[in-house]
Design a protein around this ligand. Structure first.
Ligand code: F0G
Length: 499
């Protein structure tokens, strides 16, 4: 029994114990999703984690060799006490009413003490990297998180923004932010002795789940829409040994089938309706704050698909504010592709009170989602932080992706909606030059090389799609040049470009 957390329904506010959570992760009363809550954080100050101690401890752990410390998710474990085995690992970071927080944590944090004493952390009998120590035996980690926060000087100059940054979640072990959620949820699954785990996916979730399940010694089932996910991702699921099933439907159809499978078989569901995924994903908010010396940016811009990541980031930023780790929370804005924009329509047509599913169509396959499960959570985050929703066209996404590539960073198409959306928010005067902005780049550029090559060859977009953006497209296109094996020819090309 885990006494550190409980689950609150985002629809009817019903609170349940973790053990009462059904296999479909939905509220029995109203059908909505749950989110993890930590009752201790609402109590007197003495029972809450101490901000200064935590900041010190989290940075200190980066120099540890222990797996749970090296992980960019479990490094922040005081903020996600979701494992029974972690027990009260945040004990030493609680304020004792006195005002020497840093000192508090040095002496007796059980988490850091384990690693400081050079504890071994070999793989345990069920596979996967973990501490041999009981406290950490359920953590399944591939060294996720701790991703870079880059500046984007060229785009920043073009948009006249003094501080434009990109948090590159594509630098996670399987190439997307999904790893940060998967380490959390697979660790919970392991603690509950799950033999089979499953997800429906547009690509990244399948790769992440397959990898973490393999590390944990679990079997995994992946349902993907036939012909609609990038090859790089399909290949990962196969390589990591998942049972990979391509269904003749779209992502939303895969979700429907999986819902029934989970009802009829003992399979642990790892789609983002699983609230523990979001606990892992929220840690990138902590990383951003840490990387900015605990001064959060004015704006964070996130791609919107199933709408779990925007919800998770919002939860992370709002929890930091609640605990006094940061003074404020950024405005969180969500960008969708025009052809997969149910959230934008919900705001426009129904004041975000209801969401009507759409038939999703966009080349940004990761966010080709028409019936987002976590839309209520995302609406709350956008409204609570004062953010916006916006949609961008196929050509705007392609140009933005090429611009991010030209900064030497690169990302997958779905991630590029952030820069495309930012341009619109700046043009509308919603984001001003002196404000700081962080774009969440959710996936790696190598996920979808077909898309990139087609763009640079001029084969991606139709003429109609290019209309109005011809100059931007011309300026960002860099097709490979074919020539005979002659230094003269290569040098002529160099001269042509220099002149
Ligand atoms: N960016 C990338 C690269 C993604 O893979 C996804 C979602 C999103 C953004 C949207 O995040 O769904 O939390 O709003 N990918 C899913 C998958 C659903 O199956 O990999 P979201």
């Amino acid at each position: 029994m885990n006494e550190n957390h409980e689950l609150r329904c985002v629809g009817c506010a019903r609170v349940i114990a973790p053990e009462a959570l059904g296999g479909n992760f939905r509220c029995e009363q109203c059908g909505e999703l749950y989110e993890v809550e930590y009752p201790g954080w609402h109590g007197p100050r003495q029972t809450r984690p101490n901000p200064s101690a935590l900041r010190w401890l989290w940075r200190e752990r980066r120099s540890s060799l222990a797996v749970a410390d090296r992980s960019g998710v479990w490094r922040f474990r005081e903020m996600l006490p979701i494992l029974n085995s972690l027990g009260n690992s945040s004990k030493g970071t609680h304020s004792r009413g006195g005002d020497s927080p840093g000192h508090d944590s040095r002496g007796d944090d059980s988490g850091s003490r384990g690693s400081e004493s050079g504890q071994s952390h070999s793989a345990d009998s069920r596979g996967g990297d973990s501490f041999s120590n009981d406290s950490y035996s359920n953590i399944v980690s591939l060294g996720e998180g701790n991703t870079p926060l880059h500046d984007l000087p060229q785009s920043g100059r073009r948009l006249k923004l003094s501080r434009l940054l990109a948090k590159h979640q594509g630098m996670n072990p399987t190439g997307s932010f999904k790893d940060t959620g998967m380490t959390a949820a697979i660790s919970v699954a392991r603690e509950r002795d799950a033999a089979w785990v499953a997800c429906a996916s547009t690509g990244n979730t399948s790769a992440a789940m397959a990898a973490y399940a393999a590390r944990a010694g679990m079997r995994s089932l992946v349902l993907i829409p036939e012909g609609e996910i990038a090859w790089g991702k399909l290949s990962q699921a196969m390589d990591y040994g998942a049972l990979t099933i391509q269904l003749r439907t779209d992502f939303d159809g895969c979700v429907r089938v999986l819902r029934e499978v989970v009802e009829r078989a003992p399979v642990y569901l790892l789609n983002s309706v699983n609230p523990y995924r979001l606990e892992g994903q929220k840690t990138s908010a902590f990383e951003i704050a840490e990387q900015m010396e605990w001064q959060v940016p004015d704006h964070v811009i996130v791609p919107g698909g199933n709408l779990a990541n925007s919800s998770a980031l919002g939860k992370g930023f709002l929890e930091m504010k609640q605990l006094g780790l940061t003074a404020s929370a950024p405005r969180i804005s969500v960008i969708q592709a025009e052809g997969a924009d149910p959230l934008v329509r919900s705001f426009r047509e129904f004041g975000a009170e209801k969401l009507e599913p759409v038939r999703a169509e966009t080349r940004a396959s990761a966010i080709r989602i028409g019936a987002p499960a976590s839309w209520r959570k995302a609406v709350r985050v956008i409204q609570e932080t004062g953010g916006w929703v916006e949609e961008v066209s196929e050509a705007e996404i392609a140009v933005a992706k090429a611009e991010i590539g030209a900064e030497g960073i690169g990302c997958e198409p779905a991630s590029a909606v952030t820069l495309a959306g930012l341009k619109k928010l700046v043009a509308q005067g919603k984001i001003r030059g002196e404000e700081s902005v962080v774009l969440i780049l959710t996936g790696h550029t190598l996920k979808d090389p077909d898309y990139t090559i087609k763009y640079h060859r001029g084969e991606l977009l139709t003429e109609a799609e290019e209309t109005g953006l011809e100059a931007e497209i011309e300026g960002t296109r860099r097709n490979a040049v074919l020539m005979d094996a002659s230094a003269d020819e290569v040098l002529r090309e160099l001269e042509r470009l220099a002149g």
